[in-house]
Design a binder for this molecule. Structure first.
Ligand SMILES: [Zn+2]
Length: 390
């Protein structure tokens, strides 16, 4: 459920930015002329499949699918930059078993991938700035702030000489020192690439958001547009993932929670990602009806609320709610059932506060606004849930 909410959020943001959402195949012909040319120049660690003598491979990015699609487009310079977007579920990489690490490095991953076809280098540079802001904003809204990642930027010497101010602008946007690598030659298909690297508790860096300025694949894949002089040209292509792999976002959030825990703070997911946002605990059975009505009144406002109706001590039920990182707990006894206000146990502050129903709802809405919502992912009553943990 957490993954699905993050996926929806990233997709919504890219569509708002102007990406056209598409779906492309996960399997391709390795002997397609464009693929042969690509693999000759950039050997990749892809999964190969032999299907009755035909050589196929599983995609490691959305590039090929979107480029083969764009190859059929008749684009005008007026349509550019034209942005295609796909949430690839999945992209595959043939990692060695020793290289696999939790949610950080996987063999199959979910990658939001947005390409922009640009008319010329000036347009590509303007567009990469927009996408840089989009990427920072997406990460921040997912709970990953500038202080959580370090930027790396790589470019060719020629690009640097011609576009120094654009590079400086990107670095300034980040607002702190960055890792710079300058190549005397173009090794890859791009002339510039930046990425944000999350550094975890073991000091390991892994890339989240990234963008590239690709000056080769427009030609390689035969993608064309008609310019203002009615001449056919190949676009410059930007390759952006505003968040990086969705699994990696979850890993970064868990790493941050681990840091909080080590430093004596209570680990927590952002409220919009919490599987349960509010837990209601009736002190005794006689308050069950009241709790049911209260839960309905809260959940109708798009809040994930459940009821711990088990025959367990109050202490145990509160402890278990805390272990599930539930931010708000409402214990309902005689006093609470007869009060105008709610008594809210806040996990972060460890205190109990009195709030009116509306104020409580506003506090929740403030933390979840502009984020996707989905209902509970399991039965509302804890007594009805299967206990899968040993
Ligand atoms: Zn790409």
């Amino acid at each position: 459920m957490i993954k699905s909410l993050i996926e929806r959020y990233v997709t919504d943001r890219v569509k708002e930015y102007g990406g056209y959402e598409v779906e492309t195949p996960i399997m391709y012909d390795s002997e397609h002329p464009s693929m042969v040319s690509y693999f000759n120049r950039f050997p990749a660690r892809q999964y190969n499949i032999d299907s009755d003598g035909k050589k196929l491979f599983l995609r490691f990015a959305a590039c090929f699918g979107q480029f083969l699609m764009a190859n059929h487009f008749q684009m005008s310079f007026k349509n550019l930059p034209y942005k295609l977007y796909e949430l690839t579920r999945y992209s595959f990489r043939r990692e060695q078993s020793g290289e696999l690490v939790g949610l950080r490095r996987l063999r199959a991953f979910t990658m939001p991938d947005c390409h922009a076809f640009c008319a010329n280098m000036n347009q590509a540079i303007d567009e990469i700035k927009v996408r840089f802001d989009l990427s920072q904003s997406v990460l921040s809204n997912l709970g990953i702030e500038k202080s959580d990642y370090d930027m790396a930027i790589r470019f060719t010497e020629d690009f640097y000489n011609e576009n120094k101010s654009a590079i400086e602008e990107l670095v300034k946007k980040n607002g702190k020192p960055v890792l710079v690598e300058m190549w005397t030659e173009k090794f890859f298909y791009f002339v510039l690439k930046w990425e944000f690297n999350f550094v975890d508790n073991l000091g390991k860096a892994s890339a989240l958001s990234t963008d590239q300025i690709d000056v080769e694949n427009g030609d390689r894949y035969g993608i064309e547009f008609v310019d203002e002089n009615n001449e056919k040209k190949h676009p410059i292509i930007l390759h952006n993932s505003p968040s990086g792999a969705i699994e990696r976002i979850i890993y970064a959030l868990l790493e941050k929670a681990a840091t909080d825990s080590h430093e004596g703070r209570k680990p927590q997911f952002p409220l919009w990602l919490s599987p349960t946002q509010v837990r209601i605990i009736p002190l005794k059975e006689e308050f069950d009806d009241f709790c049911e009505k209260l839960a309905d009144k809260i959940s109708v406002n798009s809040v994930r609320v459940d009821i711990d109706d088990r025959n367990e001590s109050i202490g145990k039920r509160i402890r278990e709610a805390e272990k599930e990182w539930i931010q708000y707990i409402l214990v309902i006894g005689e006093k609470e059932a007869n009060s105008e206000n709610l008594s809210i146990r806040d996990r972060q502050t460890g205190t109990v506060r009195e709030l009116s129903f509306d104020d409580f709802l506003n506090e929740i809405k403030e933390q979840t606004k502009d984020k996707p919502f989905t209902g509970l992912n399991f039965p509302k009553h804890i007594s009805k849930r299967p206990n899968l943990m040993v």
